[in-house]
Design a protein around this ligand. Structure first.
Ligand code: NAD
Length: 266
């Protein structure tokens, strides 16, 4: 077992990547505390873990609120006396360019996707310092590195998670707290399906994405970063995206036209 006896707090584990990660971490011996707004599905994850012989609790948490994040970490400490792993994974993915994104939506995306990482980390770092170390894994995105048209707030939030990860990693490595980011590409989850459904041309969008990852393929990346196997990883961004970033992004037809093509076959 790769996480035997570890205490792991995971946000956004009601569905998708977080749910798969919670189940995988439990299978590898960790005791799980889930923080999520979606009580119904989070409790399903808890039940599945218990049925498989694991241990899990749910603590209702809106990660966009500092008080809720502090309460989640306090709950974990009250329950188990320590937190070995914090996986900041909760997120939302609404589409919108600068004009169509309302100020309220902008603030919400930044709060759920970025401030949450700061809040939960801020709450857990003193606990990890006291106990002599720990691991934080932040779910960013390959879209923290390359941009697609029509996702301004999401890109800003994920770019923020990438840099917050690096900044905290170098501040807290000396306390034996390793902080890294997992950067998924397209993963077949409710978040992705909802985003595609809201796009201008869902059918084309779905085709353009090519092969989608399963949530479990991402969970294995989170497992590596959470386990001692990644002991030399500090401030690393593990990009698992089927080569999208290596290609410099997916869609190119949004760029301005470049005039006559001298290579055009007449
Ligand atoms: N699916 C993808 O293609 C993809 C790609 C790159 C990054 N990601 C990131 O992966 C993470 C997980 O997303 P997913 O794709 O599994 O989607 P998902 O919708 O299945 O999971 C998101 C989880 O976050 C929870 N959540 C949402 N708002 C919350 C809040 N305010 N407080 C607490 N919990 C909240 C949801 O209830 C859900 O459990 C997100 O950070 C997302 O940005 C996803």
């Amino acid at each position: 077992m790769r996480l035997k006896g570890k205490i792991a707090v995971i946000t956004g584990a009601a569905t998708g990547i977080g749910a798969a990660t919670a189940k995988l971490f439990a299978k590898e011996g960790a005791k799980i505390i889930i923080g999520d707004v979606n009580e119904v599905d989070a409790l399903k994850t808890v039940e599945e873990i218990k049925k498989a012989g694991g241990e899990a609790f749910f603590c209702k948490t809106d990660v966009s609120k500092w008080e809720d994040c502090k309460n989640l970490i306090d709950f974990a400490v009250k329950t188990y006396g320590r937190v070995d792993i914090l996986h900041n994974n909760a997120g939302i993915g609404p589409v919108g360019d600068a004009e169509s994104t309302s100020v309220d939506l902008w603030n919400k995306v930044l709060a759920v996707n970025l401030s949450s990482v700061f809040y939960c980390s801020k709450a857990v770092i003193p606990v990890m310092k006291n106990q002599g170390g720990g691991v934080i894994v932040n779910t960013a995105s390959n879209w923290g590195f390359v941009a697609q048209p029509g996702w301004e707030a999401y890109h800003a939030s994920k770019g923020g998670v990438v840099m917050l990860t690096k900044a905290m990693a170098i501040d807290y490595a000396k306390y034996n707290i390793r902080i890294n980011a997992l950067c998924p590409g397209y993963v077949d989850t409710p978040l992705l399906r909802k985003a595609v459904a809201a796009s201008a041309d869902p059918e084309k969008e779905w085709e353009d994405m090519g092969k989608l990852a399963s949530p479990l393929e991402m969970a294995y990346g989170a497992l590596f970063l959470a386990s001692d196997e990644s002991s030399h990883a500090v401030g690393t961004c593990l990009i698992l995206d089927n080569g999208e970033t290596a290609r410099g992004g997916m869609v190119k037809d949004h760029l301005p036209a470049k005039g006559e093509n001298p290579f055009k076959k007449s």
